[in-house]
Design a binder for this molecule. Structure first.
Ligand SMILES: *[C@@H]1O[C@H](CO)[C@@H](O)[C@H](O)[C@H]1NC(C)=O
Ligand SMILES: *[C@@H]1O[C@H](CO)[C@@H](O)[C@H](O)[C@H]1NC(C)=O
Length: 316
């Protein structure tokens, strides 16, 4: 008798005491769902890259698309409600903000003396933004349009060269990353993708001691030109189920599991066969992320990429 109750009882206990866990699980379902949709809809992908290249009007459209996504998310069958009568806790921007399909916020500059880190909203951003350079991967909006150049060279993309087969992009707040999307143009070929550990303040340096989990390591890449390579980061690597606490901060995320999984950037190395010419690349148009920002200093930089609207949790 006691044995037959053990299973259901354990489930009830888990449901009761792990509201966070069920929320996180649901988030993963939602993210999986939206990525499946984007795999099927290559048209949506091009829409996204168009949106990425234009300014105010596109941001408005972008917003509509995201609101539609929010609604779709709201309509998703909810996970079983915990047997607790109290309403879900409001999402607290000071702890974390979930984001979807978001570019990183900084990369290496181009003007001498070279700055290791230029942010997308720095006053000198557009004077630092040059064709084929890393800042193309964080521009919002981009100025060069790659829509008609999905399998060609494009000014709005980063191009690997003989001297530089690796590109780094950085986040302004500590983040946890659950998915990475890499849009490839001419000669697709990603070899490795590696996390850079979070360290405050961000300086744009990438010494070996700051290099973290390797989330992709391959010798050939089957991505077609114009397509996105998608990387699912296992939850034990992303740390997306862990709950940051108010005792922590961007300087010192807490608990320790959160600190260990906090990411400050990613490092992408491409496959560049020996003897290829200067235009070979490979060419990367965009790198986007799903995940969450921990202890965000300025929540407004996440406005166009939020999974949930700010403020109290939507009532569903
Ligand atoms: C980019 O090019 C496409 C196709 O030529 C066009 O539809 C779109 O409006 C362009 N976007 C911008 C910002 O010029
Ligand atoms: C990728 O795998 C190869 C072979 O196992 C290994 O030698 C290499 O160090 C790995 N690369 C990274 C960045 O971990």
């Amino acid at each position: 008798m006691a044995r037959s109750f053990a299973g259901p009882l354990a489930i009830l206990l888990v449901l009761f005491f792990s509201a966070e866990l069920s929320k996180a699980a649901r988030l993963t379902t939602i993210l999986d769902d939206s990525s499946e949709a984007s795999n099927d809809l290559t048209a949506a992908d091009s829409i996204d890259s168009v949106l990425e290249t234009v300014s105010d009007t596109a941001e408005a459209t972008n917003d509509i698309v995201r609101r539609f996504l929010d609604t779709a998310v709201g309509a998703y069958p909810p996970s079983p409600a915990p047997p607790s009568p109290q309403p879900p806790a409001p999402l607290d921007d000071s702890l974390y903000i979930d984001f979807v399909d978001m570019p990183a916020q900084g990369a290496k500059g181009t003007e001498k003396p070279i700055k290791q880190l230029v942010w997308f909203d720095d006053p000198d951003f557009y004077s630092q933004l040059k064709g084929y350079k890393p800042l193309q991967l964080v521009a919002r909006p981009k100025r060069a349009n790659c829509t008609e150049k999905q399998c060609q060279k494009c000014l709005g993309a980063w191009k690997a060269s003989e001297k530089q087969d690796t590109v780094n992009v950085f986040f302004r707040d500590p983040v946890q990353i659950s998915k990475i999307y890499i849009k490839q143009l001419l000669n697709p070929g990603i070899a490795t993708v590696q996390f850079l550990k979070w360290k405050a303040p961000q300086e744009g340096a990438t010494p070996p001691r700051l290099r973290g989990a390797v989330v992709l390591n391959q010798t050939s890449d089957s991505t077609q030109c114009g397509d996105w390579l998608t990387i699912d980061v296992p939850s034990d690597v992303s740390g997306i189920y862990l709950t940051p606490t108010k005792r922590g901060s961007a300087e010192k995320p807490k608990p320790i599991g959160v600190a260990k999984t906090a990411v400050g950037g990613i490092r992408v190395t491409v496959i560049r066969p020996a003897g290829v010419d200067a235009d070979y690349g490979p060419w990367i148009e965009d790198i986007h992320f799903d995940g969450r920002a921990l202890y965000p200093a300025d929540p407004s930089i996440y406005t166009n990429y939020r999974l949930y609207a700010p403020g109290p949790t939507p009532s569903h």
